[in-house]
Write a protein that binds this ligand. Structure first.
Ligand code: NAP
Length: 297
């Protein structure tokens, strides 16, 4: 029997625990504040930031949204960033990626106060993660680590193949899982588009994490019997339904399930965890900036 890892349920547990932390902060007169910054009107990005704002509302956190026109100059964005850096009510914020082509996202990241960088993408926070002293674990990799824990999968001593080496998923996840720390101690292989014989790497793994962005690329033939599969991918494919599309992962769920001992679905796997871990980082930021101890889940 394949165990389907319920990301919605694990995320709900994280949120319940965070609600307790928020009560503690409120008791000390602190309401955690998260700001989102969006340049332009990309529909997918608008959906993401509105979900983040709704999450704040649901947990009783302050949500602030800063919307800039698609043709806003880099300087206008930097000024918004300066304001957020200086605003004591904003404990954490993010600038939604992608930004328009005339803005250099790396320069944007460098200007964010690392103490408020709840995405964990500022070079100083990336460095701390690599050094084994993370301040903010990036939300999706942290969510994957939590999901593994909730499914009773200890990465220690396991061979993990991560397919994808992006700045936001593959690389930070590899760093998390390889750390000499609880939830780490794995032997990690990071695969990408230049990897030769990908299937040999995934077949040799006890845990496969797919973060590729190619619909259903990894199927059962690429997996060993009993493998744990975490599917980070979210891809829109045409479908004969009202919306005209459906979401599928990077893993062919049915065929992978024939081999896997545990697997995450899409949707309802990693996605809800990413959202929950952003709230986690915001609560952590508020606790640290305000000097109020909370017991993070
Ligand atoms: N659920 C969530 O919360 C969440 C969060 C973030 C992302 N996602 C989803 O996760 C997926 C990956 O996102 P991302 O931002 O990490 O993507 P990305 O930046 O596009 O990176 C994709 C990675 O996959 C590798 N790749 C592409 N084709 C490959 C192939 N045929 N064989 C092996 N490797 C291949 C690329 O290799 P190169 O480096 O060589 O180009 C790259 O490292 C997307 O579907 C995205 O929507 C979901």
């Amino acid at each position: 029997m394949t165990y389907v890892i319920d990301g919605d349920a694990v995320a709900a547990d994280v949120r319940t625990d965070l609600a307790g932390c928020i009560d503690t902060l409120e008791g000390a007169g602190v309401t955690p504040g998260l700001a989102t910054v969006l340049v332009g009107d990309d529909p997918a990005s608008e959906t993401y930031v509105s979900m983040k704002q709704r999450d704040c509302e649901e947990l009783g956190m302050d949500g602030v949204h800063v919307a800039l026109d698609a043709d806003a100059s880099p300087q206008e964005l930097y000024e918004a960033i300066e304001k957020l850096n200086a605003d004591p009510d904003v404990h954490g914020y993010l600038v939604q990626d992608p930004v328009p082509d005339h803005i250099d996202y790396r320069e944007v990241l460098r200007r964010i106060d690392p103490a408020k960088d709840v995405d964990g993408f500022h070079p100083a926070n990336v460095g701390r993660l690599v050094a084994g002293d993370p301040r903010f674990k990036p939300c999706t990799p942290h969510g994957v680590q939590k999901l593994l824990g909730a499914a009773g999968v200890d990465p220690e001593g396991e061979d993990v193949a991560i397919v994808g080496r992006s700045r936001i998923v593959g690389k930070p996840l590899a760093n998390l899982l390889v750390q000499k720390a609880p939830g780490g101690n794995a032997t990690v292989t990071v695969c990408h588009s230049r990897t030769t014989d990908l299937a040999a790497k995934t077949r040799a793994a006890d845990v496969v994490v797919a973060a590729v962005g190619v619909p259903e690329m990894i199927d059962g033939s690429m997996l060993a019997e009993g493998v744990v599969v975490i599917d980070v991918g979210v891809n829109r494919v045409d479908a004969a339904n009202e919306k005209g599309y459906e979401l599928v992962g990077d893993v062919a769920f049915e065929s992978a399930s024939e081999k896997a001992s545990a697997i995450t679905p899409v949707p309802g796997g990693v996605g809800p965890m990413t959202r929950a871990m952003l709230l986690y980082n915001t609560v952590k930021a508020a606790s640290e900036q305000e000097g109020v101890d909370v017991e993070l889940p």
